[in-house]
Design a protein around this ligand. Structure first.
Ligand code: SF4
Ligand code: SF4
Length: 367
C-alpha cells in the first residue's frame, strides 16, 4: 500500500480495460497473467478478459494445481512457474557474431539488443524484489539493460500466498514495497491504484479516477494483514546462510542428493538464478559464428567444467553449491540472501525437495 499521506485512486472492475488502454496509449504492449496449460504465466494481454478471473492455485512440495474460485478476482493466486526473469534476462539470445569476409578477414559485430516497451500488470512483491537483484547482477550488461529499460511495472499486493510461500520471512512481501511504477490492490468490486514516480502518475492522471473510500482502504489493509499472518512457512533463524559454509561435509547433503534428480527445475523457475552459458554456434559453411547466451543451471554437470573436467561431478556437490550460494554466498556478493521466498523451487521440484526443510536438516537446531 502507498504512503498513508496519499490516498489511492479507485478503478471499478468493469473499467479495467481503461487502464490497459492508457498503458497502450503510453506506447506499451501489455503483458499480464493468463492461464496457459494448467499454470498462470505472463503473456501478451490484448484484453482484460484474458486475465485469470476466478482462478486460484494450490501449491505444496512437488505440486502446483489451479482451481476455480467463483470469485471475480483476477490476481487471487500466488507465483506461477514464471517470474519477470525472461522479460529482462532472455532465456536465449545472440550477443555478437563473428563473420568471415570474402577476402578471409574476420569481423566481430555486436547484435543490437531488442528493447520492447512492455507494461507488465499484476507483478507480486517477491518478483519485484528478485528483479532488483537481477538489476544489480546485470548492471553493466547491455542486452539486459535494454530489455529492462523497456519495462513498465504494475505491482499488485498479494492477498493469496500459497502454502509454499515465505516472502514475509525474507522481508520481500506480501505487500508491495517498491520497484513498481503503479501499485494495485484488488478488491471484489475493483482496484485501488497508486503511482510511484512520474510515469505512473501521468498514466493514472489520464484516467481521472475518484479516490478510494476509507472502507476500501481498511478492507485492503485487512486482506494484506491476513495474507501476511497466513504464511506459516519461514526461513529459520536471522541468518540462515551463516551455518552453510560451516557445514560443507554434513551427511544431510548426501541424503538430499539421493532424492535430487539434478533436473534444474528449481533454478529455471527461481526468479533470482542467473547462471548462463556462452555458446559459439559456427555455421556449417564457416562464414558466420553467432555467440549465444543461454540460461544454464548449476545443476548441470557441464556448468562446472574446468579444463574438460566437471568440478562438481556429483549431485551432492551441485545441490550444495546451489543452496550455499543462494543463501550464504549472496550475502557477501549482494549484502542479502538470494532468496525472496516465492516458493517456486519447492512447488516445481519433481522430487518435492523443500529448501527450508533442506536447510533445517543441515542446520540441525543450530539456527
Ligand atoms: S532440487 Fe528438485 S528441482 Fe532442483 S535439481 Fe533437484 S530434483 Fe530438480
Ligand atoms: S530459492 Fe526458491 S523460494 Fe527462494 S527465490 Fe528462488 S525459487 Fe523462490
Amino acid at each position: 500500500m502507498p504512503s498513508p499521506h496519499r490516498r489511492p485512486f479507485f478503478l471499478l472492475r468493469e473499467e479495467l480495460e481503461r487502464l490497459l488502454d492508457a498503458l497502450r496509449g503510453s506506447g506499451h504492449v501489455c503483458i499480464g497473467p493468463q492461464v496457459r496449460e494448467g499454470a498462470i504465466v505472463y503473456d501478451r494481454l490484448d484484453t482484460s478478459v484474458e486475465l485469470p478471473h476466478g482462478w486460484s492455485d494450490r501449491q505444496s512440495p512437488g505440486e502446483y494445481r489451479l482451481h476455480r474460485t467463483g470469485s471475480p478476482r483476477c490476481f487471487a493466486w500466488a507465483s506461477g512457474p514464471q517470474a519477470l526473469k525472461p522479460l529482462s534476462f532472455a532465456p536465449e539470445e545472440v550477443l555478437w557474431r563473428a563473420l568471415r569476409d570474402p577476402d578471409g578477414g574476420l569481423r566481430f559485430n555486436a547484435v543490437e539488443p531488442p528493447a520492447p516497451s512492455l507494461a507488465v500488470i499484476g507483478v507480486k512483491a517477491c518478483d519485484l524484489a528478485a528483479l532488483a537483484m537481477l538489476d544489480r547482477h546485470f548492471a553493466g550488461d547491455a542486452p539486459y539493460q535494454a530489455r529492462r529499460g523497456g519495462l513498465l511495472l504494475l505491482g499488485v499486493d498479494c492477498h493469496h500466498p500459497a502454502a509454499t510461500c515465505f516472502c514475509r520471512s525474507t522481508g520481500d512481501g506480501p505487500a508491495l514495497t517498491g520497484g513498481y511504477h503503479i501499485g494495485m490492490t484488488e478488491l471484489d468490486e475493483g482496484f485501488l491504484l497508486w503511482s510511484s514516480g512520474d510515469t505512473g502518475e501521468e498514466i493514472l492522471a489520464s484516467l481521472t479516477l475518484p479516490e478510494a473510500s476509507e472502507t476500501q482502504l481498511e478492507r485492503a489493509n485487512q486482506a494484506l494483514e491476513a495474507a501476511s499472518l497466513g504464511q506459516t512457512r519461514r526461513l529459520p533463524g536471522p541468518e540462515p546462510g551463516r551455518i552453510l559454509f560451516d557445514s560443507l561435509d554434513h551427511p544431510a547433503w548426501s541424503r538430499l542428493a539421493e532424492r535430487c534428480l539434478s533436473c534444474g527445475n528449481c533454478t529455471a523457475v527461481c526468479p533470482t538464478c542467473f547462471c548462463h552459458d556462452p555458446v559459439s554456434e559456427p555455421a556449417l559453411d564457416g562464414h558466420e559464428s553467432p555467440q549465444v547466451r543461454r540460461w544454464d543451471s548449476c545443476f548441470n554437470e557441464g556448468h562446472s567444467l574446468l579444463h574438460g573436467r566437471a568440478v562438481r561431478g556429483e549431485i551432492k556437490l551441485r545441490y550444495r553449491q546451489w543452496l550455499t550460494h543462494k543463501l550464504a554466498g549472496w550475502q557477501a556478493q549482494f549484502g542479502r540472501s538470494g532468496c525472496v521466498g516465492c516458493g517456486r523451487c519447492i512447488a516445481w521440484c519433481p522430487a518435492g525437495i523443500d529448501l527450508i526443510e533442506a536447510l533445517k536438516s543441515i542446520a540441525e537446531g543450530r539456527l
